[in-house]
Structure formats: C-alpha cells, structure tokens
Design a protein around this ligand. Structure first.
Ligand code: S3P
Length: 425
C-alpha cells in the first residue's frame, strides 16, 4: 500500500460495527439463555477470535456476516474448552473471557499472538485471584499464555489502579458467579458498554460515578443487538475530513457514547465544528451521523478524565496535532505503553520520521505542530491503530507514505482503504 497527498474528501461513509460492543454481544449471548441475534457485528480478526473461543466451549455460533446468531446456554452452560483458547491480538477477548472463566468449574488455558504475550495480565490476575480463581502464567511473567483454574468465587469490592474497561468488565463478569455483590471503582470512568449491555440481558447491575456494582446469578436472556458504527474507526475519517482542505464528509451511524466520544471533544478543542445529525439510541447506545467539514486546527491539551474516552484515538489525534497550529500536550496516558504496541514510542518515532517536532514523555507526548510532514516508510509495529493513523498522515503529507506491514488493519477495519478511497474524487 502506497499513499500520496489526497485531494478534498467528499461523500458518505458507514464505518463497521463497534469492536468493544461486538465482543460483548458474543460473550453475553453465550452465557444467556436462548438466541442472541447480532446485526452490524464487526467482522474483524479480534471479534472472530472471541467467536472461536466460545465455539471451543460448546456454544453454537452461526456467523452469516450480515447477522450473527449465538445459541446461549446460560451462565453455567459452557463446557471445558476442546483446546487452548486463542485470543489472537485481542486484549478484550483475553481479559473479559478470563472473568467468565474464573467462575467455571473447569480449567482453561488462554494464549494469543506475540503482542498479547507481552501485555500485562497481572491487572486481572490480582482481582480475580482475590475473588477465588487461580492463575498460572506459563512464562512466569504475568502475561499469556496462562492457565485459569476457576472455582467458587466470593464478591469483592475492588479499587482499580487503572481506568480500564477490560479490567472492570472482567471483574463484573466474574461477579455474575460470586456469592454476593461485586463492585469496582476506577480512577476515571472507562467505557461503559458492559454495564449498558449486561443490564439489557437481565443482569442486576448499577453504576454511580466511577463505581459499578453487580449482583450474582441473574437469569440472562438472549437479545437482539444492533451494533453501532465504531467511533474509533470513525476517528480516521474525522481526522482526514478535518485536516484535508475543502473536505466535507458524512459519517453515518457512529456510536457517540460519552465514555467513548473523547475524539469529538478533542476535535472541538482543536477548533472543529462537527454537526451531530439524526441523534438516536440503538440497542441502548447513543448514535448519530457526523458531518465533518475541514477547518484549520489549533493545538489543545488532552489529559485527565478525557483520556479513557479517547485512549484508542490518541495516535490519530497526535497526527492531527502535528498538522495543527501550536503545541499540543498529551498527558496522563501512560496506558498507551501497554496497548497492541507501545503507542507512545510508535507514534513519536513515526511522526519524527515524517518530519514532525515531537517529544515522547513518560505519560504521553508533546507535539509542536505546523512543521511540513513528508511521506516515509511507517513502522506499524503490527498495530492496526498505528497503521490507520499514519495512513491519514500520509494523505495530508507531501511525498509517498508506505508501511512495513499494514495487514494488521484487518484487526478492526478490513475495508479501511476501500472506504477511504471511496471519498477521494
Ligand atoms: C476496550 C477497552 C480499552 C481499549 C480497547 C477495548 C474494551 O482497553 O483500549 O481497545 O473493549 O473494553 P483498556 O480497558 O485496557 O483501557
């Protein structure tokens, strides 16, 4: 794939289904009674890993592409996996499934690709062990592969040191199997799709401020879930539409859940005027069509409680900042170091290679915007969000941008280049 400077973007795009919501629809459907039907499911590699893990535990799942059918067997209907569960590249699969497996009477082993085998799992081992499960990390490094020995769990209150929906959701799912209430408090509120969707399946779950509370052993019933478009995928179109002069694009059906829509807040701080059209609620999630008109961007500070609401969008926000006027400071985002790649290193190295003035910090980066950027060979570190963020950078830069390997885009957006190309006239 080669990218050169692009003319104005025009037209309408529908981004694929939300990755976080797609994972949860499969998982919650599998542990509910009866049929769950999912439309708008993200057919990306991560969500397909979740499907295959539950199939290995005896759940019938029919993926007809336009619709996914999950024949749930209830909270206690899973069987011991037929082989090692492979989460591929997916942290959400690894951490959320672990919460469910903590409550099973069988032992299971989870592994994943080279990136997953480096990501910290101690953050779920600690609370799930306090509840009564046992973990054995095969390389003794608190990473995958690991064995989970489930058992009878007790309800706990956990003060999470990180604002992580994966940690929160893992504990809440284990809480379904505990002997009493389980609650989690996080430093800042992370995405709340688990809370919204599990309630829809019949769980007794409440939240107040940054605490979520769940009661055990509900009767969960299969649902019809319509997955909204992924704001994290929409982010690349938002950035490209704002940065490339003369552009006007409509992004249809984007999820705008306030715990996820930090990219829209960041864009506003940077001077963008994005219109939300046709606002509605779909399967309990707020959705809108977003009208993006190009504008000149200015620097902003991105920090604090905004970080969890845009954590996956920081690579593309950094690209916007490199084209913006002034100095953008991104801080409180040390979580970037433990994503699919070390995103502080990957973003700053690639931005520098394109000619940007950027300094990595321990918890983010400082970007002095406005220097002319020039295409180069981008090292994607096999991280889908790095590849897509720098595809957008390449569309606004002089010269030609190429990639070490952009096949990682299949993790969350297999049709990314085709959809982007459809807007170029
Ligand atoms: C996700 C939560 C976030 C996010 C990831 C998906 C989820 O991770 O970065 O892409 O679906 O719960 P953390 O919970 O680790 O912050």
């Amino acid at each position: 794939m080669q990218i050169t400077k692009t003319n104005a973007l025009h037209g309408t795009v529908r981004v694929p289904g939300d990755k976080s919501i797609s994972h949860r629809a499969i998982m919650f459907g599998a542990i509910s009674h009866g049929l769950t039907e999912v439309t708008g499911f993200l057919q990306g590699a991560d969500c397909l890993s979740t499907i295959s893990c539950f199939q290995k535990m005896g759940i019938e799942i029919r993926n007809e592409k336009k619709k996914v059918m999950i024949y749930g067997k209830g909270l206690h209907g899973l069987s011991a996996p037929s082989s090692i569960l492979d989460a591929g590249n997916s942290g959400t699969t690894t951490r959320l499934i672990s919460g469910i497996l903590a409550g099973q009477s069988f032992e299971s082993i989870i592994t994943g690709d080279a990136s997953i085998q480096k990501r910290p799992m101690g953050r779920i081992f600690t609370p799930l062990s306090l509840m009564g499960a046992a973990f054995f990390s095969h390389h003794n490094n608190n990473c995958a592969p690991f064995t989970i020995t489930g058992g009878s769990l007790k309800g706990i209150h956990y003060d999470s040191p990180v604002a992580s929906a994966q940690v929160k959701s893992s504990i809440l799912l284990a809480g379904l199997y505990a002997d009493g209430k389980t609650s989690v408090t996080e430093p800042y509120l992370s995405r709340n799709h688990t809370e919204l969707m599990l309630k829809g399946f019949g769980a007794d779950i409440t939240s107040e401020n940054t605490t979520a509370v769940i009661c055990p052993e509900p009767k969960l019933t299969g649902q019809k879930i319509q997955v909204p478009g992924d704001i994290s995928s929409a982010a690349y179109f938002i950035a490209a539409g704002l940065m490339i002069p003369g552009s006007e694009i409509l992004i249809e059906n984007a999820g705008i859940n306030p715990t996820r829509n930090g990219i829209l807040t960041a864009a506003k701080r940077m001077g963008a005027d994005i219109s939300y059209l046709n606002q509605r609620t779909v399967s309990g999630e707020p959705v809108a069509d977003l009208l993006i008109t190009s504008c000149s961007l200015k620097a902003a500070e991105i920090s604090g409680d905004l970080i969890p609401a845009l954590i996956d969008e920081i690579p593309v926000i950094a690209v916007m900042a490199a084209f913006a006027d002034g100095t953008t400071v991104i801080k409180d985002a040390q979580e970037l170091k433990v994503k699919e790649s070390d995103r502080i290193a990957a973003v700053t190295e690639n931005l520098k290679a394109m000619g940007a003035d950027v300094t990595p910090t321990d918890d983010g980066m400082i970007i002095r915007g406005g220097k002319p950027l020039c295409g180069t060979k981008i090292n994607t570190y096999m991280d889908h969000r790095i590849a897509m963020a720098f595809a957008v950078a390449g569309m606004a830069a002089e010269g030609t941008t190429t990639f070490s390997d952009a096949s990682c885009i299949d993790i969350s957006y297999p049709e990314f280049f085709k959809d982007m190309a459809s807007l170029v006239r």
